[in-house]
Design a protein around this ligand. Sequence first.
Ligand SMILES: CC(C)(COP(=O)(O)OP(=O)(O)OC[C@H]1O[C@@H](n2cnc3c(N)ncnc32)[C@H](O)[C@@H]1OP(=O)(O)O)[C@@H](O)C(=O)NCCC(=O)NCCS
Length: 446
Amino acid sequence: MNLLAAVAYNPAMKDKNYVKLLRQASPYIHAHRGKTFVIAISGDAVLQSNFHSMVHDIALLQSLGMRTVVVHGARPQINKRLALSGIETSFEQHLRITGSEAMLCIKEAVGSTRLAIESQLSMGLPNSPMHGARIRVIGGNFVTAKPLGVRDGVDFQRTGEVRRIDSQAIKRQLDDNSIVLISPIGFSATGESFNLNYEDLAAQVAITLKAEKLILVSDSPGVMNKGSLLRTLSLPQLAELLETSKDVQQISLLGAAAHACQLGVERVHLVSYQQDGALLSELLTRDGSGTLISKDYGEIIRAATIEDVGGILELITPLEDQSVLVKRSRELLEAEIARFTVVVHPEGFIVGCAALYPTADKQIGEVACVATHTDFNGQGIGSRLFDQIEFQARLQRRSSLCVMTTQAAHWFLEKGFVRAEVTDLPANKQSMYNYQRNAGVFYKAI
Ligand SMILES: CC(C)(COP(=O)(O)OP(=O)(O)OC[C@H]1O[C@@H](n2cnc3c(N)ncnc32)[C@H](O)[C@@H]1OP(=O)(O)O)[C@@H](O)C(=O)NCCC(=O)NCCS
């Protein structure tokens, strides 16, 4: 597929500078090539008017060398089909009890949902992003299921759970550059079919294939907390959320995410089908669009090295342009890199930095260039950086810290700093003080 044409066709990217965009995406493309991604799509997503855009994005990821397995759900389609047939099903322990008649409807609904996805992936009209893509979609009896059985006295009948995934067969298809499409129905050794929860199925597929990522696409933009989106979540935080959540849909998604993470899938992403291009921005941009869950999440705070100069510049240049931070050239930053501490996101990019400078007064260290990427504000990154700087200053046997800031005065006051005068600064800092910038001066005894 013509990559430029594909990117140009994505409305979310339409107005951007394609060349810049592609250059920014290229490290992610290199990193993801040859890796296996399991993308779980809810049945609702398939019903959206913009579903074709998501399919184009999946095809694009595949054409960029990512080994792609799509697992789909079909809940709304199943509900509609059951209603048309006048069949009512009950739920226990958040799971549907599937009788034989209901199973017939489920097979029909799942089959037609699958065909809808296959037909979108087969598109190839000229002047469309799928032109020339020739995507091969493969399905089969990759999933062996077993009945859930009787639990707490409830017989779940044809509701099943995964018994085995034929990973070798799936891998062969991926080796052959096909997209593997898996439906939420599994077959037993006795030849019966069972209704499966697609989130669980996707997690099992990702675990068995040792996938790089499991991406759960649903109506939610990710994990929300008090109205704001959590960009990253560790496994313990996820477990806490699961304990308190009462939302069945969320429990199903987060449960699958936790299961996959616990059993070796390094990264689980939650993204929304409602946001056009969410899948691409989550995988190919630094900022992402949803929530990233990882077992070992816990950003790394470490001393900066010369390799971090580019990342630090990317982080601080917008703040310098707004005169929030003092301008530093690349050369100056390279020369002073040993003074910097950085916070590295699990995906490898820098989300925060801070520096500790010596001053003419041996007792006083200067805190400078404290910055957190705007997408990650309010998650304690700035505070952890500051704690690290304070710790370093103590190691250097300094008794106080000074800082000059135009916009973060209150942040430093809350860290125990007190307001001071320019004349209180060490001599070299006084002589370099920029009266035009008029930054406030603050001190903290440590
Ligand atoms: C200041 C800064 C580093 C804080 O980073 P952060 O990672 O969001 O900080 P934390 O998560 O540890 O702290 C968040 C708390 O600080 C508050 N806060 C953030 N920026 C603030 C500011 N400029 N002034 C006052 N309070 C601020 C937030 O409201 C939040 O408080 P709350 O939880 O009570 O709502 C970040 O806002 C930044 O990069 N600012 C621009 C650069 C700058 O001015 N640096 C200082 C000059 S050296």
